[in-house]
Design a protein around this ligand. Structure first.
Ligand SMILES: Nc1ncnc2c1ncn2[C@@H]1O[C@H](COP(=O)(O)OP(=O)(O)OP(=O)(O)O)[C@@H](O)[C@H]1O
Ligand SMILES: [Mg+2]
Length: 380
């Protein structure tokens, strides 16, 4: 069974959208899929999937009220897709106890499926990291916004430290070293993983070898969502470079997804975009992502070579260009079919211009206030 955890660090970048639609696409490709909503406390995957409000989910199971785990694995009317709902009533995945987490991991691992897709909540709690590390090739969803890319990096940084803690094992010299760094909060914040590994190699070569082995197999995959422009694809390179330099890990690019207004309509109608508009650029990009996962099944256990990883970033750049072209062609088609009038388009551009002007004025005002504050500071 392939495990596909989907995380992000920052919330609202599209994890659940990707989890739901990717699962449906994998099911349509003939894979038996189980999709689990692990965003406990804020579960909303059933809304995106468009299934009735679940009576019982992971929360009910953990409380013991649902009986066997099988009871919370629900059939859906999507081909080959079963769904494990989360629970909005329990206070979040961050708060479940280690023994509950271990039991949940065990139950999830014993599920009979080709793919187990895990929709993780936002954040970097140890439970989220542990679910993410159930696979060495988990997916990190991010968006072009600076906060989103930074959070993707910080999430991966936390994941690498979690992985190191696991590899060093308690009571080892390497573990003590990392703990000393952690107690001195600031030095772990500034930590530079290659330097940590060099130090560990000196004090605990055995644990160092274990860590190096695990790190070399750790190949998280990036999905860049909410693109507006082909240039946005470059933001992925930034995350990759930081990960290489500071964390000693390399990333693979699984592909790009453009922002699409149809997604909001789909969500409002409780229909996943892939079913609502399978021909849309966004849906087609989800299918492409699913195809990549399936085509990489054979090589999943051997880490990709640097050339292959480079290639994945180049491909994502090309996808960003082609999808943009497709989006533009779509607008032209709407125009020529009369579904979108030139008037609509003019109206859209006009309202965007209004927003831009408003922001510009606000910016001027803030600059003015800042200049005054600085002036006062000097004179006072
Ligand atoms: N490519 C897209 N184009 C347009 N809207 C999108 C796209 N991807 C996601 N959205 C919208 O963005 C919002 C957030 O998406 P989603 O709930 O999937 O994010 P999330 O990362 O799971 O959030 P959370 O961290 O709160 O669980 C939703 O309203 C969703 O419909
Ligand atoms: Mg979500």
């Amino acid at each position: 069974m392939r495990i596909v955890p989907i995380a992000s660090g920052k919330g609202g970048v599209g994890k659940s959208m990707v989890a739901a639609n990717l699962s449906i696409a994998l099911g349509q490709a003939g894979k038996r899929v189980v999709l689990a909503d692990l965003d406990l406390g804020a579960s909303n995957l059933h809304l995106i999937l468009g299934v009735p409000p679940p009576k019982a989910g992971i929360g009910t199971f953990l409380s013991g009220a649902a009986g066997k785990f099988e009871n919370v694995i629900l059939d859906t009317d999507y081909e080959n897709l079963r769904f494990v709902p989360g629970d909005a009533e329990i206070p979040g995945l961050a708060n479940i106890k280690p023994n509950q987490k271990n039991m949940l991991v065990k139950r999830l691992l014993s599920v009979d499926a080709d793919y187990l897709v895990l929709d993780l909540g936002a954040g970097t709690s140890s439970n989220i990291l542990d679910f993410f590390l159930m696979s060495s090739q988990g997916i990190v969803v991010t968006a072009p916004a600076l906060t989103a890319t930074l959070n993707a990096y910080l999430f991966l940084k936390n994941a690498v430290f979690r992985l190191l803690y696991g590899a060093f094992g308690q009571r080892s010299k390497a573990f003590e070293y990392l703990e000393a760094l952690r107690r001195d909060g600031a030095s772990l914040q500034k930590a530079y993983v290659p330097a940590i590994l060099d130090e560990v190699k000196k004090i605990d070569p055995e644990r160092w070898a274990v860590a190096i082995d695990r790190m070399s197999r750790f190949r998280p995959r990036l999905v860049m969502n909410m693109l507006e422009d082909p240039k946005d694809a470059d933001k992925a390179q930034k995350i990759r470079r930081s990960c290489k330099e500071y964390l000693n890990i390399d990333l693979e690019h699984l592909g790009v997804l453009y922002r699409d207004e149809l997604q909001d309509i789909a969500l409002g109608s409780r229909i996943p975009i892939i079913r609502y508009k399978p021909q849309s650029v966004l849906s087609q990009a989800v299918y492409r992502t699913a195809d990549k996962l399936v085509s990489m099944e054979g090589e999943a256990d051997a880490p990709l070579s640097i050339a292959e990883l480079d290639g994945s970033f180049q491909t994502a750049g090309l996808e960003a260009e082609t999808d943009f072209g497709a989006k533009m062609a779509y607008v032209e088609e709407l125009l020529s079919s009369g579904a979108l009038t030139t008037g609509d388009l003019v109206e859209t551009v006009r309202s965007q211009q209004f927003e831009i002007d408003k922001l510009r004025r606000e910016n001027q005002f803030l600059k003015y206030k800042l200049a005054r504050a600085i002036g006062q500071g000097f004179s006072g």
